[in-house]
Design a protein around this ligand. Structure first.
Ligand code: NAD
Ligand code: ZN
Ligand code: ZN
Length: 383
């Protein structure tokens, strides 16, 4: 099968690799029709993880079931399914409590909880930027989509990761009706967090970034854009909240946070959140941080440590939640919002490409070229 393979820093190739196949009785085999490039792929693409060359990328996958193992009882050949980026078993203590991002059985690395497709340090699973994807524990992991799935793939595919993740940011931040919310990052995840906060009837949503095209997307859904290349985002949030700070904050950037000039400061968004969220406010961090980052220009962060304003965070009595999203906690409900015509998360999509054009897609999205907000790949062709 054809697949997008990580070859080394800033190098992906579309290669022929052995077909994904049913390996154990509980597997489902999906012919991938829609699969996205994610900001998480970019950490790997830029060589800022220990992902080994040769791995197939892609953890935001949707397609048609073409084969099921003999132990699969629910999912059927022909079903259209969206697959959460988490590979989860469904029967461990964490899965049973809804913590599918921290599944205790699917990552073979001792002492590491949680697994994902085509992801550094998240188990051996190949990704779905390919013609075929093996889905372990298929009955548990496949969200079977409604009858309009084929026509609305670019909406439903957002259920694999970024919409649940944006929603998760607002859950961790405890966003409630009427709240003011500041979101750092207007990439696809930050935009989905803004979208989610809006669904939760937030009173005011402010989104910080420096890319005018991305800020314009935020504005399209009624958020207030804050361009941190023109103004201090902290001052701006303070002004908009009458000097109090936002009730809630979301981090949707991650460890490669940088200033508008491009210099990386892994503590930048976290400290800006502490400053721009109010006393006793709540913060949700879904931007990825890693335990070790040898390639970081920041000496502390090479060891995974951050110069975090803990004193101010404590003094303000703030609370912070963080980590990978447990996609299964939200994907079914968000699916209903799409099916019922209440949500159209495909509004973030800027490009739909053939799998063969993935290397160019990665290049543009990685440079955050104007207009490249979210890239969707179609392994079976765009036609
Ligand atoms: N927790 C999860 O389950 C989960 C799931 C998906 C993605 N992620 C992570 O979320 C993060 C964002 O993903 P994305 O797809 O939106 O990626 P992205 O890289 O396209 O978007 C990040 C945005 O942040 C902006 N930015 C950089 N520094 C900033 C700063 N100091 N202040 C404000 N904005 C700044 C960039 O200009 C960019 O637009 C990544 O770290 C990704 O790995 C986490
Ligand atoms: Zn993703
Ligand atoms: Zn589990």
């Amino acid at each position: 099968m054809k697949a997008v393979v990580y070859e080394g820093p800033r190098q992906v190739g579309v290669e022929n690799v052995p077909d994904a196949r049913i390996e154990v009785p509980t597997d489902v085999l999906v012919r991938v029709t829609t699969t996205n490039i994610c900001g998480s792929d970019l950490h790997m693409y830029e060589g800022r993880t220990d992902l080994e060359p040769g791995r197939v990328l892609g953890h935001e996958n949707l397609g048609e079931v073409v084969e099921v193992g003999p132990g699969v009882v629910r999912v059927r050949v022909g079903d259209m399914v969206c697959v959460p980026f988490n590979v989860a078993c469904g029967f461990c203590a964490n899965c049973e409590s809804g913590l599918t991002a921290f599944c205790l059985t699917t990552n073979p690395e001792p002492g590491v909880d949680g697994a994902a497709y085509g992801f550094a340090d998240m188990g051996p699973y190949n990704g779905g930027q390919a013609e075929l994807l093996r889905v372990p524990f298929g009955d548990y992991n496949c969200l079977v989509l409604p009858e309009d799935a084929r026509e609305r793939q670019t909406d439903y595919v957002m259920l694999a990761d970024i919409w649940p993740t944006g929603w998760h940011a607002t859950q961790l931040a405890c966003v409630q009706a009427g709240d003011s919310v500041v979101i750092y990052g207007a990439g696809p995840v930050g935009l989905m967090a803004a979208y989610s906060a809006t669904f939760k009837s937030a009173g005011m949503v402010m989104v910080v970034d420096r890319h005018p095209d991305r800020l314009a997307k935020a504005e399209e859904i009624g958020a207030i854009p804050i361009d941190d290349s023109k103004t201090s985002p902290v001052d701006q949030v303070m002004e908009l909240t009458h000097g109090r700070g936002a009730d809630r904050g979301c981090e949707c950037v991650g460890y490669q946070a940088h200033d508008p000039q491009g210099h990386e400061h892994p503590n930048m968004t976290l400290n800006n959140l502490v400053k721009s969220v109010r006393f006793a406010g709540t913060i949700g961090v879904v931007g990825v941080f890693v335990a070790m980052d040898p390639g970081s220009p920041d000496d502390l962060y090479k060891q995974g440590e951050i110069a975090f304003d803990y004193g101010m965070f404590w003094f303000k009595g703030q609370t912070m939640g963080n980590g990978q999203c447990n996609v299964k906690n939200y994907n079914r409900q968000l699916c209903t919002l799409i099916h019922e015509g209440k949500a159209r998360p495909s509004w973030v999509v800027s490009h739909e490409l053939d799998l063969d054009d993935a290397p160019g897609g990665y290049e543009h999205f990685d440079r955050r070229d104007p207009g490249w907000t979210k890239v969707v790949l179609h392994p079976a062709g765009t036609g």
